[in-house]
Design a binder for this molecule. Structure first.
Ligand SMILES: [Zn+2]
Length: 172
């Protein structure tokens, strides 16, 4: 639409802010909700269709630093785009984190150095601080979403730690 604000670039991921990957959103209208589990979606509630506390889901909101051939900068990507990188929904990733609390940091490492063709959209108003990734395509045809690599890493780790705790004769 506004061609001047959009550009397509080859970008390498330098790092991901893995301390904050999600936000809670109303499962009906996907507008952000406060962290209080009892809070009502202001939007759905106002229109009278929902009188119970809003059911919620998690959506990705990921800040990451990327490099093009010219510069390094911070971008933000929302759910649809982040799903391509992670290979699962934010709720699924959240569940994975319950069993593997360090998986967020590991995901950041896994994605470091991955190269994507990103469509970038510059903020149009003063409130938005970061360039937004509006779409993203992996450069490598054999790209594996982070969750697949994570599942492999954690399975391997748990087998390795089991065998190191067992008697040495059990290892062959
Ligand atoms: Zn809503």
């Amino acid at each position: 639409m506004d061609g001047a604000n959009q550009s397509s670039e080859v970008c390498a991921v330098l790092g991901i802010d893995h301390s904050s990957l999600f936000y809670r959103a109303c499962s009906l209208c996907e507008r952000p909700l406060k962290d209080d589990p009892n809070c009502l979606c202001q939007h759905c509630h106002r229109f009278g269709s929902v009188n119970l506390p809003s059911s919620s889901k998690r959506l990705f909101r990921v800040l990451m630093s990327i490099a093009t051939d010219e510069k390094v900068f911070t971008v933000i990507c929302f759910d649809r785009v982040a799903r391509v990188m992670f290979g699962c929904s934010a709720d699924e990733f959240f569940e994975f984190l319950k069993f593997h609390p360090f998986a967020a940091a590991t995901a950041s490492k896994v994605l470091e150095g991955e190269v994507f063709i990103m469509k970038l959209s510059k903020p149009k108003n003063g409130n938005a601080q970061h360039v937004r990734v509006t779409s993203l395509v992996p450069m490598m045809s054999d790209y594996r979403p982070a969750i697949e690599t994570l599942k492999e890493i954690y399975r391997v780790r748990s087998i390795a730690s089991q065998s190191s705790m067992g008697t040495s004769s059990a290892i062959h």
